[in-house]
Write a protein that binds this ligand. Structure first.
Ligand code: FAD
Length: 471
């Protein structure tokens, strides 16, 4: 008797379940993880671009047992970076802007590990996972993954332009850990000011310097300024709010170079109105634990130097045996395929492609990473299943930044917007891109609660009681 469509679907679903539960992973030797008889797609990096590719491939190959998808990333979560500065100010709870990578692994394997090397000849990637042994040196285990198709989406790391002292003494704003550490440090500084009597020391403890006039620097200085001023007003009656110094330092003559001149000027003016000092055309030349020195000789006493001076590809990317641009990013063609390599794609902050609309390389933004992910996934699917490949030719619809409490700037569809409206658009836009309904609701709740209650100044000491007793 012929089956109905529903019955056929049920039988197929059953088949796929049994099929995917058959273990296709065999261990040929201790360190090599192999997959039998399937096309293997390996995605490296669980950021905007890697997760974007993974989601699309997961949807397309959900019931295709001939395809094996694996994802490797250092962290077992995806971090929504545009909201990171709000974790510093305490507006959003840290766990609300991260989503476990496994939530996107419909039928992909996930390995939380560090990528050590890539061998394009052998089509192999070596990864390393750490086995934590309490109070003993970390034990690293290496494994080899074979691939047929490789997606490199490893983002970038903070660029200190070779200044070792700056790297040593500054706080960074790249990871969730960075935001949590920075928030705790800022609150600690205010606690120390309340005790200290020495005038110079008090001054430097109350001075906060952010370096970098790009989005990360501007958004961080806006949120930091709001945090410090709000909590001093609400809780620290032994600190004069006029003694607080928040400084933004930038090497070039304007902040937010991606927006138009008048919007950049508007941003500068609004940041100044909220009490932030802005120093332009003056790069940082050196730093100690209590000072930061600028190129023109000015020295600022501070115990809080935050470095958001730019990104550069990870060392592992810079050392790849493929065509790289002069900054070390992987050169890709219009289809986002790595030049000269078969079946290898690169995208996001670690890839380099000239934007035909501007004549300049696509900037390292989440927006570009998300759009590139769609193209890479499409081109992979076309390569495997047949179909048309598409070129990446994205024209940004807009650019937005928040610059402190309830203020934003942006260009949307060619129109400039600023103030409360820009801030509301910023929130709605980014909220719509935050993965999962649960996290969206949690963030909306955080924003709502902030409207009615004072900020939380709990300083979390991130160590165990045992460790605390030895400090
Ligand atoms: C504070 C801040 C605010 C920002 N605000 C905005 C904004 O408002 N709008 C905007 O468009 N952009 C913004 N950006 C930029 C945006 O975050 C990046 O452009 C975007 O994340 C790039 O995506 P990606 O996938 O290329 O890299 P990432 O998102 O950085 O992902 C790279 C992934 O690779 C993993 N990885 C790296 N190396 C290894 C390794 N060796 N082994 C294993 N895993 C590895 C990382 O853990 C990470 O998961 C902001 C960035 C920061 C830091």
């Amino acid at each position: 008797m012929p089956c109905s469509i529903d019955e056929t679907r049920k039988i197929l679903a059953c088949y796929y379940m049994i099929e995917s539960s058959i273990v296709h992973m065999i261990k040929s030797d201790k360190n090599s993880i192999e997959v039998n008889g399937r096309k293997r797609i390996l995605v490296l990096g669980g950021g905007f671009s890697g997760i974007g590719v993974l989601k699309k491939l997961g949807n397309k190959f959900e019931h295709d047992s001939t395809i094996d998808i694996s994802m490797v990333s250092k962290d077992n979560f995806f971090l929504f970076t545009p909201m990171l500065p709000e974790v510093v100010s305490g507006l959003i709870e840290s766990r609300h802007i991260v989503t476990p990578v496994r939530a996107f692994c419909k039928r992909a394997r996930f390995y939380e590990a560090t990528i050590r090397s890539m061998d394009f000849q052998k089509r192999q990637v070596t990864i390393s996972n750490r086995i934590d042994t309490k109070n003993e040196p970390t034990d690293w285990h290496d494994h080899i993954l074979n691939y047929d198709y490789l997606v490199i989406a490893l983002g970038g790391e903070t660029n200190f332009f070779g200044m070792k002292d700056v790297k040593k003494y500054s706080y960074t704003m790249k990871s969730l850990g960075d935001a949590i550490v920075l928030r705790n440090h800022v609150i600690d500084m205010l606690e120390q000011v309340s005790i200290e009597q020495d005038g110079d020391l008090r001054k430097s403890l109350m001075t906060f310097v952010v370096v970098g006039g790009g989005f990360a620097g501007v958004e961080t200085v806006g949120e930091l300024n709001a945090l410090v001023r709000d909590v001093v007003r609400d809780f620290y009656n032994d600190i004069d709010i006029n003694d607080i110094r928040v400084v933004l330092v930038n090497a070039t003559d304007k902040i937010l170079p991606e927006v138009s001149n008048d919007l950049s000027k508007f941003t500068t003016q609004k940041l100044k109105e909220s009490g932030i000092e802005i120093i332009l055309e003056n790069p940082v030349s050196s730093a100690t634990s209590s000072t930061v020195k600028l190129k023109n000789g000015i020295s600022i006493g501070t115990h809080t130097l935050i470095w958001a001076g730019g990104v550069t590809p990870e060392k592992i990317v810079k050392e790849l045996k493929c065509e790289l641009d002069k900054g070390g990013r992987i050169m890709v063609d219009g289809y986002l395929a790595v030049k000269g390599l078969d079946g290898v794609y690169a995208l996001g902050d670690c890839a380099s492609l000239i934007d035909k609309n501007t004549g300049r390389p696509y900037p390292p933004t989440a927006q570009n990473a998300v759009e590139q992910a769609k193209v890479v996934a499409n081109n992979l699917i076309s390569t495997i299943k047949g179909g048309n490949k598409v070129r990446f030719n994205y024209k940004s619809r807009g650019i937005m930044a928040q610059i402190g409490k309830r203020k934003g700037v942006g260009i949307l569809f060619g129109m400039k917007t600023h103030g409360l409206l820009a801030w509301m658009i910023w929130r709605t836009y980014y909220l719509s891109h935050l993965p999962t309904l649960e996290k969206k609701l949690r963030v909306v709740l955080d924003w709502t609660i902030d409207l009615f209650f004072k900020p939380d100044i709990t300083r979390l000491k991130i160590f165990t009681e045992n460790q605390a007793n030895t400090l």
